[in-house]
Design a binder for this molecule. Structure first.
Ligand code: SAH
Length: 217
């Protein structure tokens, strides 16, 4: 799996600016048992570099995308990270090995419950899952050193920008479903966002009334 990720990173580095997987992140990816997060039938393909079904019509991103998003976040051991779209809990488990605390919001009750149970089972004591609409972020524990969104939105949710530390990265897919760009968003000293388009991607939609355009397709 790591060799495939490395190949993808090299091939896309002209766009992403990331040619090499940092060793800490490679180690985290190696240590998280991806097969535990993939639902039933797709288990045997758990280490292929593809997205996998996790039930409820949702998907677990391909390992290369998880690796890329994690690298863009620039996680440091003291960081507290917010994730929107817990899904299977795989991305959160990878981050849990790299930072102090991961807070993750999921809108589908079954997925939130399953991810929280699995995090507990795997001993990820620094992962906290909340059921709710991630459009509002998780204000009680803000600000965050980094925020990662694993569902595609038409626009940047204002609450997420408000909950981001200066110099932190907000990594999220933006744009219409058929033309999403993975974006790396940072705030300047006056908290004005700058958006760098990193790569074309395809994520499930961010379910929210302000993101209505996506939901209707
Ligand atoms: N990070 C996940 C992949 C998640 S797929 C993993 O590692 O497995 C995207 C997830 O975003 C889905 O589980 C979907 O239910 C969730 N989602 C969509 N809209 C949301 C919203 N408004 N708030 C929180 N989660 C949302």
């Amino acid at each position: 799996m790591l060799a495939t990720i490395a190949g993808h990173l090299t091939a896309t580095s002209w766009r992403t600016g990331i040619a090499v997987l940092p060793p800490r992140i490679a180690d985290a990816l190696l240590r998280v048992p991806r097969e535990r997060f993939a639902a039933g039938a797709s288990e045997e393909r758990a280490h292929d570099d593809t997205a996998l079904a996790i039930g409820d019509g949702q998907t677990l991103s391909q390992p290369f995308v998880v690796a890329l998003m994690t690298t863009l976040l620039q996680p440091a051991p003291r960081h507290r990270i917010l994730e929107i779209g817990t899904g299977s809990g795989y991305q959160a488990a990878v981050l849990a090995r790299l930072v102090a605390e991961v807070r993750s919001v999921e809108v589908v009750p079954r997925l939130a419950e399953r991810a929280a149970a699995l995090a507990h089972e795997l001993g990820c004591a620094n992962v906290f899952v909340r059921l709710g609409d991630g459009w509002q972020g998780w204000p009680e524990h803000a600000p965050y050193d980094g925020i990662v969104v694993t569902c595609g939105a038409a626009a940047i949710p204002p609450a997420l920008l408000a909950q981001l530390q200066p110099h932190g990265h907000l990594v999220m897919p933006l744009g219409p479903p058929d033309a999403q760009q993975l974006c790396d968003i940072t705030l300047d000293a006056r908290r004005r966002p700058s958006v760098r388009e990193v790569l074309s991607v395809r994520f499930v939609p961010f379910v929210h009334e302000l993101n209505r355009d996506h939901r209707c397709r």
